[in-house]
Design a protein around this ligand. Structure first.
Ligand code: F6R
Length: 619
């Protein structure tokens, strides 16, 4: 979490920093700050709250200078306030540091620095860094940074400026991302590519234990033992418009509407003449054939994609699959080894728990395949093989299009493995791929129904709000489904609670009778995923059970389903007819939109929900 940026060039550093931070705000948004070098030394500004507050302050009282660093924060150590906001400085005020990550041994370092007479002014772990650099600085900033980071335990991406080293920013990383942007007469460092894409599409990805110094005229990368490293720049193919709202009121809505194209791209890139191919996989077919089982490990929405993957892989590729959240996997004693393929699913490719799970799996001799969206991310680089989802930048904190893309890749992987293991006939393989290829079009049709601001789901959300207040705020949501749509019940609930702060739970519908049915009275709104499937009749029985106890039902059904109407559901949302296997791709659309419109009705900040950040690089 947290976003950092550093700039050296001929532009006003303040403008570059503010623009960059606005593209990193998804990483954290409880406070922001900047340090700019000019004739006064290090000019510092920090503000609690959203970036706009910092931008307004800088508009009133601009800071001159062409070298600087900036930060947008997601608090870990110390409450969000001006004092704890970054950048942090040393005792002399000559050194300023921004940091993304956690310094685990900061207390020990702080105590020893206090003994040496250093004065601290925040409650953060970060503040030890400028004081350590101060301690080691003997006229060479890079050397002092290297000495300081050698003492740090935990994770960090940092950017550092020093009054006496004008026109330069030093950066370093360990387990938190840092990219270097190469411009003409200007250079950048940042937590993520969108922060610098307005200025350059040529980037270097810094690796762990590497240190970078940027000046106006160059970029120097070295390892912490001082050896220079020659890195090849990578050209970023997408342009900045992909990271803008393009007329949509929120990134989340834009990203929901991008899903048909995302899926189309997934299919186009990985299929050729009726066959699935993963050119970049780096795990051979012979190796793939040998795996006795698959473990899918991920967090949050990516975990839900993994759960759906279990249903498809077991049914069609006939391989036993278990799915685990990364935070549990890493601290258990997971039984993985050379016979297991571990698939780590991660949009950002930086999630700390998933990265740790990857390392644990590798340590135990398993092969690891990453399914990632962010190019060059840590998980993508450390995995034995990677399949990129190429969904483009996902800015809204609530993940939508990355989920669809992850599902898309898992479908293709299922077909690939089913073919390899000969668990389906060539005709069935062809038929399934054909059905999959219909989905982007069906998704277009479905999304088309919700283009207008005044659509069915928006109306249901209004209705819910009225009901919620009429019942003294006691209403909440339950999501029920069976089989391959059960993970969608979890996903629908996650989307709703993370952006509308209304309690929501997802259950396998068959589990209701084992406890959760006790919850049912007139308060909950129960979203029942009852599309045509082998468990359709069972879902109808569950609907009856809920109706009998007073619950309000929103049914998600297949278009043209007349039978469900006899069950007197209160509200209904239809999805186009599609094979049950691929239905999760369509079912999730109304779930995402329901969460969106409920949050909108309640007036919440949809793209930046409270307490959350897009990429969770802390434990
Ligand atoms: C929910 C959401 C999170 C992420 C989770 C994993 O909308 O976005 O639950 O899915 O933090 O993140 P990645 O996929 O980046 O590892």
């Amino acid at each position: 979490m947290c976003g950092i940026i550093g700039y050296v060039g001929n532009r006003k550093a303040q403008d570059v920093i503010l623009k960059g931070l606005s593209r990193l705000e998804y990483r954290g948004y409880d406070s922001a700050g900047a340090a700019i070098l000019n004739h006064d030394g290090v000019d510092l500004i920090k503000r609690q709250g959203k970036l706009k507050i910092l931008a307004d302050a800088l508009a009133k009282k601009p800071i001159e200078g062409k070298t600087g660093i900036g930060h947008t924060r997601w608090a870990t150590h110390g409450i969000p306030n001006d004092r704890n906001a970054h950048p942090h400085t040393d005792c002399t005020g000559k050194i300023a540091v921004v940091h993304n990550g956690i310094i685990e041994n900061y207390l020990e370092l702080k105590n020893s620095l206090l003994k040496d007479g250093h004065k601290f002014s925040s409650q953060t772990d970060t503040e030890v860094i400028p004081h350590l650099i101060e301690k080691f600085y003997k006229g060479d900033l890079e050397k002092a940074v290297v000495k300081a980071i050698k003492l740090l335990k935990g994770s960090y991406a940092i950017a550092v400026v020093h009054k006496d080293s004008p026109d330069r920013v030093v950066g370093a990383r360990l387990d938190s991302p840092l990219v270097v942007g190469i411009g003409k007469g200007e250079n950048f460092i940042a937590s993520d590519v969108p922060a610098i894409l307005d200025y350059t599409n040529s980037v270097l990805y810094l690796d762990n234990n590497e240190v970078v110094t940027i000046t106006r005229s160059g970029v120097k990368v070295s390892d912490i033992s001082g050896g220079q490293i020659n890195k090849k720049p990578v050209k970023i193919k997408w342009d900045i418009s992909a990271a803008e709202k393009s007329g949509y009121p929120h990134f989340m809505l834009k990203e929901i509407f991008e899903q048909a194209d995302v899926l189309r791209k997934v299919l186009e890139e990985r299929t050729e003449r009726g066959k699935v191919s993963f050119e970049e996989l780096k795990i051979t077919d012979a190796e793939l054939k040998k795996f006795k089982r698959i473990a899918i490990v991920a967090c949050g929405t990516a975990y839900h994609a993994g759960l759906t993957g279990k249903y498809m892989l077991e049914e069609y590729a006939k391989i036993p699959v278990w799915v685990d959240t990364s935070s549990e996997f890493r601290y258990r004693d997971p039984i993985v080894g050379p016979g297991t393929l571990v698939i780590i699913v991660s949009q950002s490719g930086e999630t700390a728990d998933s990265l740790a799970a990857l390392r644990e799996a590798k340590k135990r001799g398993a092969k690891v395949l990453g399914i990632c969206n962010v190019l060059g991310s840590s998980i993508a680089r450390e995995a034995d093989g990677v399949i990129y989802t190429h969904a483009g930048p996902e800015i809204a904190v609530a993940s939508t299009k990355a989920y669809t893309a992850q599902l898309g890749i898992l479908y293709l992987l299922t077909l690939y493995l089913a073919r390899l293991h000969k668990t389906i006939t060539p005709a069935r393989y062809k038929g399934l791929l054909k059905e999959f290829e219909r989905v982007p079009r069906l998704m277009d049709d479905l999304l088309g129904e919700y283009r207008s601001e005044y659509n069915t789901i928006a109306a249901y959300a209004q209705e819910f709000k009225r009901y919620y207040f009429a019942r003294q705020n006691k209403s909440y949501f339950l999501y029920l489904a069976r089989n391959i749509n059960f993970p969608n019940a979890l996903e629908g609930a996650l989307k709703l609670k993370e952006i509308s702060y209304i309690s929501a739970e997802g259950y396998p519908a068959g589990e209701m009778k084992h406890g959760p049915i006790a919850l049912i009275d007139e308060n909950p709104w129960v979203v029942c995923i009852a599309t045509q499937s082998k468990t359709y009749d069972k879902m109808l029985s569950n609907i009856q059970e809920i109706k009998a106890r007073g619950g309000i039902i929103i049914a998600i059904a297949t278009e043209g389903d007349k039978e469900i109407l006899h069950h007197k559901v209160n509200y209904m949302l239809e999805i186009p007819k599609v094979a049950e296997l691929f239905s999760p791709l369509l079912v999730v659309i109304p779930l995402q939109l329901l969460a969106y419109y409920v949050a909108k009705e309640f007036g919440y900040d949809i793209d930046q929900p409270r307490n959350l950040a897009k990429s969770v690089t802390v434990e």
